[in-house]
Write a protein that binds this ligand. Structure first.
Ligand code: FES
Length: 578
């Protein structure tokens, strides 16, 4: 890129006369009050993902101000611009359905506007992967800033956090253990500040794996949203963006196979959200990197869970921040990391670890030799029910159900489940296996977080807390239980899940990584022949939905659109040489 193509000269609007295009652009931008001097500076775009519907992004306006300060102190010109924002509870039918739309928006806006570098401000679950997917494809120097986690709330002396405790209290309400007055009181305490969910849900997981990926300044993942340190982190991010513009350090130099392996390692060690696998696969796919699920499972066998955070442990993100944040985890994982991976700090991951302050006494991150769980948080299952793989968050599951054979109780769709799950006449026992179909990428559509199938009310009232549940859906990172997710291929495209009938026997064996439908091949062949593709819905015929249905890939390819992923040139993870 020549200097002629920097700043205001980048990506000129096509009028067939470049000098006129620049003349016109300057005329309009001057209406914003900028001087010629300002317009000659490196231009740093800042994605404004604020929305009145997104409390996880409530602090974005003040973060933008801090980023701008950092940019200007470093000699750049900050210019904010809007992108789509997504909040988990304000995205119908599900935020995952819209993640790729946000990624497209981000990519095209970065490409269309004259930015020499961009600060990506995200936080709520899908926003971080969407911004990084877009930035990876646009390949303009980029740096991530997260809004940061919420502080914890409390209810009658008990510490509370969104949304693990949302589910826990809702389950207690369903079981009749607490009344309406109490559940309403809890409702007002679960999200007590601005910021993202403060347990190890998808937002916290994505923040940590993004720092491990090298796309965020060291120490940026865990600072609570409302702390002044978060604003200083934003200021530093803005300043660093100016340097990235000058160094022309593009995402493809940071988001390398080594960097993704570091992210996967951290995902396993933090007992992170299963959603992160889908997002990392999509992000890597933008750069021609394919994540091999079998290899990821092998990584899991040698990477213990070290972080004691809800939903599997007891602490919250603010505790992890006080314990030293991601650096403490990286130090423990050091022999397993690709330390030469470059980060947006301009240093390698290994240099960042060395430059961090010394460790102090804490009880949130365990030493490698004394882990919370001796294997990684997520295991990959295969078998005739999931030839393309399925996953289970083993660190959040009941140990007694890790080897379990049971009778399937099948729900054909989300609607069917909603209709029958609490019906007192439902034929279901505690050792049955609940199966949900049509909740995958195309089936629902959008692969909603419906995999956390509720325990049928009549069993919940008898004290049943966990059952094996299987679906092609996802699960919120804040949820827990013996839940098999992302069954691939999904039922809506005729995957074996579509063939399961109530009464069939299913065997789950997590130590052996097996998921088997115990039905003869002859019977399955008969059912396959009789299976009919679901009829297209009215909504599938136009607009974004049409594009989604035609292009969305399966979970193992990150549910990205096929035409957005790059050609695969490398598969990870590769073996670590020790
Ligand atoms: Fe936004 Fe949980 S709803 S991070």
């Amino acid at each position: 890129m020549t200097d002629r193509k920097r700043g205001m000269r980048r990506g000129l609007t096509a009028y067939g006369d470049e000098e006129f295009s620049l003349f016109l652009r300057k005329a309009f931008i001057k209406a914003m009050g900028y001087s010629d001097d300002a317009l000659e500076r490196p231009i740093i775009g800042i994605t404004n993902t604020y929305s009145g519907f997104n409390a996880c992004h409530r602090t974005v306006p003040e973060l933008i101000e801090a980023v701008k300060r950092g940019v200007m102190l470093a000699g750049g010109l900050p210019v904010e611009f809007p992108t789509i924002t997504l909040h988990e509870s304000f995205a119908h039918p599900t935020s995952m359905y819209l993640r790729n739309l946000m990624a497209i928006d981000t990519e095209e806006m970065i490409r269309a506007q004259p930015v020499d570098a961009v600060v990506l401000i995200g936080g709520c679950d899908k926003t971080v992967p969407a911004l990084l997917m877009g930035a990876a494809s646009a390949n303009v120097p980029a740096i991530m800033l997260v809004t940061g986690p919420m502080l914890t709330g409390d209810h009658r002396g008990e510490r509370l956090g969104a949304c693990t405790d949302c589910r826990r209290f809702w389950a207690r309400y369903r079981a009749g253990e607490i009344d309406e007055r109490e559940i309403n009181a809890v409702n007002a305490k679960l999200a007590p500040s601005a910021g993202t969910c403060m347990v190890m849900g998808t937002a916290s997981t994505m923040a940590l794996v993004t720092e491990a990926l090298g796309m965020m300044l060291p120490g940026g993942a865990c600072i609570p949203a409302v702390m002044s340190e978060r604003l200083r982190n934003a200021e530093a991010t803005g300043a660093r963006a100016v340097a990235l513009a000058k160094e022309r350090l593009t995402p493809d130099q940071i988001m390398t196979p080594d960097a993704f392996e570091n992210s996967l390692r951290v995902l396993l060690a933090i007992g992170g959200s299963t959603n992160a696998i889908v997002h990392l696969a999509a992000m890597a796919g933008r750069l021609g990197i394919e994540i091999d699920l079998g290899g990821f499972d092998r990584m899991g066998r040698e990477t213990p869970v070290l972080v004691d955070l809800k939903p599997t442990g007891q602490h919250y993100m603010e505790d992890l921040e006080k314990a030293g944040g991601l650096t403490v985890i990286l130090r423990e994982l050091k022999p397993l990391l690709r330390l030469k991976a470059l980060t947006v700090s301009g240093r390698t991951l290994g240099e960042n670890i060395s430059a961090a302050p010394p460790a102090w006494k804490q009880d949130v991150v365990r030493p490698f030799k004394n882990p919370i769980f001796k294997e990684g948080g997520v295991a990959v299952l295969r078998g005739n029910l999931a030839p393309g793989g399925a996953i289970i968050k083993q660190s959040a599951a009941s140990s007694k159900l890790m080897r379990h054979t049971g009778r399937a109780v099948v729900f054909e769709s989300l609607e069917d489940m909603a209709k029958r799950i609490d019906d007192p006449r439902l034929d279901v026992n505690a050792d049955d296996i609940l199966v949900l179909k049509s909740a995958g990428p195309k089936g629902a559509p959008g692969m909603p977080e419906a995999g956390y199938i509720p325990i049928p009310k009549k069993l919940a009232q008898k004290g049943v807390k966990d059952m094996v549940r299987i679906s092609d859906a996802r699960m919120s990172g804040t949820a827990f239980g013996s839940i098999v997710l992302h069954v691939t291929p999904e039922s809506a495209i005729g995957g074996p899940l579509a063939l399961v009938k109530t009464g069939d026997r299913i065997r789950l064996d997590v130590p052996a990584r097996k998921l088997e439908l115990l039905v003869s091949e002859a019977e399955l062949a008969k059912r396959r022949k009789a299976w009919k593709k679901p009829r297209p819905r009215k909504e599938d015929a136009r607009g974004y939905r049409k594009l989604f249905m035609a292009s969305v890939q399966q979970a193992d390819r990150g549910c990205d659109f096929d035409f957005l992923a790059a050609k695969v040139t490398i598969r990870i993870p590769r073996a670590i040489k020790r």
